[in-house]
Design a protein around this ligand. Sequence first.
Ligand code: CP
Length: 316
Amino acid sequence: GRSVVTLDDLTTAQIQDLLLKASYIDTHRKEVAHTCDGRILATLFYEPSTRTRLSFETAMLRLGGNVIGFAGAQLSSVSKGESIGDTLKTVSNYVDAVAIRHPKEGAALVASQAASVPVINAGDGGHMHPTQTLADLATLKSRFGRITDLTVGLCGDLTFGRTVHSLIETLCRFGNVHFVLVSPDELKTPQYVLDRIDETPSCSYEEVKDLVSVIADLDVLYMTRVQKERFFNEDDYLRLRDTYILDAEKLKLSKPSMAVLHPLPRVNEIAVDVDADPRAAYFEQVRNGMLMRMALESTLVGDTLPGYEDWSNKEV
Ligand code: CP
């Protein structure tokens, strides 16, 4: 019941509380350092990762807990044909929570149904990546002081971009966002995600192919990688991979207050000459990702954060 497969598994009040907890954790590292003493997290990663796995693990270690797991299915009994269900029934005996990344959409849901401990989706194929969205929300909050009343451009692979799907789904819950969906025809946003926007009276969207013609309107530009691993056909990937390249020259057309986000890893869709621009927020996202995972892990399996309640009563 306490698993997080999508952010729909959390109430908006819980998401807001996680945002507040992350700021508390950031400024009270010593106070929170034993919140997960004696607790163990398993990271089961069937797909490559740098940020998500290492930040889930760092977060647990910084809270006083421990971590076990595997990075790469070839190192686990999955390589002998074991199912996700049996793997999770097994690992549930060892740990207090599981973070799982898998190339198949729906794998995290299957895992959560088999497990007897909370399962956190660390990315399931081209479907959802809820903890990336938590990092994105924290970044928007710190840049704009709010996560509503924004014009949010999302650019690149909107078909398979799980970070995009999670972010749209969640921003719709808070409302008042206009989405500018920038992609080639082959990589448009899936209907189930567009339906989410359509169902939200305060939200709207437009679909365009050209980034330059819309960049001046945006408060946020969320760039994404065209993901080689999601294509069936190498030629399609090669044809589409360089459709959008944000560089310092194009960035000049945007508002000075615009924030450029990217879940990372990037290949070449953001030129490195953008990194020094104050609009570049993608390494802040990385940092926020760790803090939000600390907030989530402490909430799911930890003790209450010492001093947090008094602090948050003053804060709100
Ligand atoms: N943003 C993200 O999920 O990065 P990794 O694939 O490196 O974990």
